[in-house]
Every structure is written in structure tokens, then in C-alpha cells.
Write a protein that binds this ligand. Sequence first.
Ligand SMILES: [Zn+2]
Length: 439
Amino acid sequence: MVEEKTTVDMETLVSLCKRRGFIFQSSEIYGGVGGSWDYGPFGVELKRNIKNVWWRDIVQRRDDIVGLDAGILMHPRVWEASGHVDSFTDPLVDCKNCKKRFRADHVEDEVCPECGGELTEPRLFNLMLKTFLGPVEDDASLTYLRPETAQGMFVNFGNVLEASRRKLPFGIAQIGKAFRNEITPRNFTFRTREFEQMEIEYFVKPGTDEEWHQRWVEERFDWYVKYGLRPEFLRLREHEGDELAHYSKATHDIEYLFPFGWAELEGISNRTDFDLRQHALSSGREMTYFDEESGTHIVPYIIEPSGGVDRAALAFLVDAYREEKVRKRKRVVLSFHPELAPVKVAVLPLLRNRPELVALAKEIAADLRLHVMTMYDDTASIGRLYRRQDEIGTPFCVTVDVESLEDNAVTIRERDSMEQTRVPIPEVKDNLLASLGTV
Ligand SMILES: [Zn+2]
């Protein structure tokens, strides 16, 4: 193989995602809807795999973090206490000519980027999506779809502390949907109105917060590298004073070099004791921790690693993309880390008009399916079947050929090297599980 191309432009990626069933435009048959995307058969597997490895690494393999699944709908006062009603706003300008609306910080020279028309003065626009609880649309029933999963963890601080008997430092982790009424959703699944977050709220003693902040920045950076992102496409960026969120003492972004430039994958913030103090004040409940060492009640500081599942999925897709020339033909491969690959093994009969081959291949696939995500496919010639699996990033293909009926063996083809190995059928399962790193 030669002429390796290891970057991809957005148009190519969006087209691959649609063609191969990773990501579709929402409500496409009605012309689509801005800022919402649907994950197809392979996209949903990729996304689940990302969430599963995150949950396993963050919750199940640590003894200092517990999980939570809080509701999307919360008491409206949560959003007053959190500061979102007052501060979660973007300054907007309208074009007086074409009536289009832009974020004030996205336009230069104070003229419309579409038509050059005159713009209005900036006005503040709240990014929370409003909704109404119950059948009456009045102010009393107004609430919001959560703009972050974090608040569910803050308001449950006391419940979790009580139920889990944790000592500081400890964390609560949650994966879930959040909603923001972005003015200009863009860059495919990067900036959307509906998205999924994977967030940790890590409670620490005041005074140890800066050290824990640094530890979490390093840990989260390494996590993305562990699952395949090239370190040279990752960087850390510290927020400047004026871009810090209203609750934050310091924020470091982990940024990835997307085809549209460097952009945030995950933000790690030192939220101080802001959130617990706000909710204590607003609810009238104690939000403290009894520190045995000092014999006093303290309000913990919070370190928050907050990642986007959709952004992670997009970065893993972009980073996995390879174009090669193999015997003068273009080969497109998604070189996913095996843990993230949507399908781990594809079983393919070399000839689809031979019932004995088809039966044997289906039998092998049925056995493998009990252990790993396995796909059987006989809908094209073997060359096309390989190309399809390369394009969805399947690490291994098992090919059943005429010889298999004689020698009771099959060929295992590895995705990146395209190396083929003959393996006796009784050893296929253990061989593949070992290669996939699941035993
Ligand atoms: Zn205009």
C-alpha cells in the first residue's frame, strides 16, 4: 500500500457517514432540521462503545466515583440558582436587510456576512430550550430542557453522599442528553441543539482543588490518546479571563484538530464551591460535608471534566480515516481502536451461491455473535465486502472458502495490515478474542 492520506475533509466524511450508516440528517425526508442528527446502525454502535468505555474507566474501574442518571426535566428553580436563567446567554445581532440572525462574536466589521446589510445592536438571547410541564402554558409550568447534565449531580450531592458513604475526594458521573438553542448549529455533529454529555463532578477539599484540576486535565487528555486519537492532533488550551463561564475559576479545554480547525472536545473546569453554595442558598438545604479531620462542615470544591459524546464520536471518526492506494485502487479505512469499532468481526463466504459455504459461514457468525459484535454479509463479491468492512472500521474479516470444507480452517484478514492468516475453525473464536484484547 502507498500514498497514505491520513486526513479527511468534512464533505468526504459527511458523505461516508451517510453512505455507510453512521450519521443521518434528522427528519431528512422533510428537508432536515437544524442542529439535530440521527445515528444510524454503525453510528449508534460507535457512540455506545465510547460511552461504555468511558463508564467502565470512570465508574466501574475506580472506587472513588459513582454513577447517576438524573432526569432531563428539573425544577425551574434549579436554573435560577445555577445562574443559567440570567447568564446563559449569547449576544445576538439581526440583519436589518435579510433578517438573518448571528452571534455578535461571529460577525466582523459590523455588517451582515450574508448580504452586507446593516446590523442591529446586540441583544442577549438565552440558550436554554423552554418547555412546559403539565397541560397549561403559563409561567408557573415553564421549565427548561437541561443545558448540561451537571446540575442533576449537584442537587443530588446530599443523596449520593448519604447513600454511598463516600469520603472526599469522590465523584459522581453521568452520561445524558442536554439541549442548547444554538443560533448557528454548524460543523456537522460538532455544534448541535441536542447533544449528549459525559460529565464528572469531582468533589474535593478546598485548597486541594488546583492539584486535582491538573490531575484531571492530564487524565482526560490521556484517555483520548488511549482510544486512538493521535496526540499531535490534540492540545490543551486554558480559557482567558473573559471567556470563563460564570461559575469557573479556571477551565482547560482539550482541543482536537478537526478539518474545520482546533475545537473543544472536553472542558475541565474548577467550578469552586459556586454550585453547592448556590443550591444551598436557593433551596434552604445544607449542601455540606462533615470533615472529620477538622471537625467542621465544609463546602467541597468541584472539578468538572465535561466531555461531549457526539464530539468524541466525530473526533474518533475523523482521526480513524485513512486513504491508501492498494494495487492502484483507492482503499478507505476507518482505523478505529478495536474497543470503539462498531463491528468487531465480519464473516464472509467467498462464494454466495454455494449453500455449504453459506451455511458454514452463518454457523461461525452465530457462534462469534455470542461474544462480540459480529456481522454476516454475502451481498456482494468478496472484494466489495472487504471494502465495506474497511469503511466501517471492522478490525477482522473471517472468510470461508471452498478449502474450508476440506481443511476445516478459515482465513482471518486484519484490517490495517490486510494480512491474512489461516486459522482452524475451532480456534477462530479464541484467536479473535485475543486479538481484540477482550480476554
Ligand atoms: Zn443580511
